[in-house]
Write a protein of this length. Structure first.
Lengths: 319, 189
């Protein structure tokens, strides 16, 4: 084999052959998992006229800014569900501008699926089954913990009731900077990311019943303590965030309100506003069946399967 | 200077933080499934040498610091300042005790060293990794004792005191690793 030398162009894949073989196998296992459960695979556009308005997600624009590379297939999938598709999954590339790090690549493989008639509790059980079915062997059984309980256990604060002043104080301490002026959601995200995630138990951990301000596209509910919570969950595998799911919001008017709230925040952050996806809103008006949905990072699952430390090790050619 | 956003933070980038020039050591991207992304950044304060950990929200920016590193020839010390010269332009710079620091122990006139300039003035001086210096004072050498592991203190022409093998004598030249202050070998005159 010729010597590449130090100055040669790095044309070889960043992922070893072994990881490429495991990736092919993982994709086949996922498809088999859903085929056995009669969940239909759908092949959806990655190039869309509209995109998410989430203030913390940036889409890549293309074709003279007329189209966006999709950050997830969520809106297309909801339009399918509203038109009577029944249970569906998509296994495809998604794109998020600026997301780059040890467990982030701007282009990544996302598995997203929806279960009409289910709530998020039932879907959590299926997520655990999927993870186990592809060959993950966690050292301990899957656990469920509420956002409140994990917060109380780690930083001794009730995330639903604590004052913003106290949250800012703790967040400032963790970040070693003044966080005053930051929103409740930003402070909670910071505390969770830096203090709690690293101290989660090993294995598969479901964190559910999120604070209302972190609802994203989840339905709201009331927990056993009478507190309004977002029916959202996140899945961690050995302390790495793997998936995010909702008991899906169905109310078109509430969705409209969240779109404009997103844009209000985008404006305040100096970001371009994103026009609401009228086709999604029309689909919600027509009626989305009650359903639960989840999106899972395939690259991170693969990192776990091959014991990779950096996402580059499981992507043939990282961007 | 230009502003750099968190997604441009790379190790080695020089930025201003709390009024001081800093060099970024590492930048870790942290983002929850939904929500605010952060950069946890480790920076070295180039004035004090202290290492800081700071968390930024993605998209926040820092002003670039006008910091550059130049090879310069060390000329002389006038008692208060150390004088250096850029080899191509012959432009001279003077550095005070704070910026020269312990490097003074390894500076031999005419030697090339690395001067960090901040807004055009020396901020720090680093000697070459290996320098050859003359022993000006040490106990007489023990003949034939070249294999034993014993050492003795020796004062070098710059004033530095290092440990050298027993067989070395005054007037001999030794190579020293300036990062550790350790004797490496006997050098030719």
């Amino acid at each position: 084999m010729p010597n590449d030398g130090d100055t040669a162009i790095q044309w070889r894949p960043s992922s070893p052959n072994d990881a490429l073989i495991k990736r092919a196998r993982l994709l086949a296992q996922v498809r088999e998992f859903f085929a056995l459960r009669c969940v239909l695979e759908v092949d959806l556009p990655v190039l869309g006229e509209r995109t998410v308005s989430d203030p913390h997600l940036d889409s890549l624009c293309t074709e003279g800014s007329l189209h966006y590379l999709q950050t997830s297939p969520e809106y297309f999938m909801k339009r399918l569900l509203a038109s009577g598709s029944g249970p569906i999954y998509a296994l495809a590339k998604a794109f998020r501008a600026g997301d780059r790090g040890r467990i982030h690549n701007p282009e990544f493989t996302l598995l997203e699926w929806y279960r009409p008639g289910w709530d998020e509790r039932e879907l959590m059980a299926e997520v655990a089954e999927l993870i186990l079915s592809v060959g993950c062997t966690p050292s301990v059984a899957a656990q469920r913990v509420t956002y409140r309980d994990i917060f109380m256990a780690t930083v001794n604060l009730d995330p639903h009731r604590v004052s913003l002043v106290k949250l800012v104080e703790l967040a400032s301490n963790i970040a070693q900077r003044d966080m005053s002026g930051e929103s409740r959601a930003s402070c909670l995200d910071l505390i969770f990311s830096f203090e709690i995630e690293a101290r989660l138990p090993p294995g598969i951990v479901f964190v559910h019943d999120y604070p209302e301000c972190l609802c994203a596209l989840a339905k709201l509910g009331v927990d056993e303590k009478g507190v309004t919570v977002a029916r959202r969950f996140e899945v961690f595998l050995d302390r790495i965030e793997l998936a995010n799911g909702y008991f899906e919001l169905l109310d078109a008017d509430e969705q409209r309100r969240r779109f404009s709230e997103d844009n209000r925040q985008r404006k305040a952050m100096g970001k371009a506003e994103i026009a609401a996806d009228e086709k999604l809103l029309a689909a919600l008006d027509a009626g989305l069946p009650s359903c639960a949905g989840v999106a899972l990072g395939i690259d991170r699952l693969l990192m776990h399967l091959v014991g990779a430390q950096h996402i580059e090790e499981v992507i043939a050619f990282s961007n | 200077m230009a502003n750099y956003s968190t997604n441009e933070f790379r190790s080695g980038l020089k930025v201003m933080l709390d009024g001081d020039p800093c060099s970024i050591i590492e930048n870790e991207f942290v983002k929850p499934g939904k929500g605010q992304a952060f950069s946890r950044v480790r920076l070295k304060n180039l004035k004090t040498g202290r290492v800081w950990d700071r968390t930024f929200k993605s998209g926040e920016s820092l002003e670039g610091a006008d910091v550059s590193e130049q090879n310069m020839q060390y000329l002389y010390n006038d008692g208060e300042y150390w004088h250096f010269m850029e080899p191509e332009t012959f432009e001279q710079h003077q550095a005070d005790k704070t910026s020269v620091g312990d490097t003074a122990l390894w500076l031999r006139e005419q030697d090339t060293c690395i001067v960090t300039l901040y807004n055009g003035s020396p901020l720090a001086v680093a000697a070459a990794n290996h320098v050859d210096l003359e022993i000006t004072q040490t106990d007489p050498g023990l003949k034939g004792d070249t294999a034993q592991g014993g050492t003795k203190p020796a004062t070098l022409s710059t004033g530095a005191v290092i440990k050298v093998p027993l067989f070395l004598n005054e007037g001999e030249i030794v190579s020293v690793d300036t990062r550790t202050g350790e004797y490496l070998n006997r050098a030719k005159k």
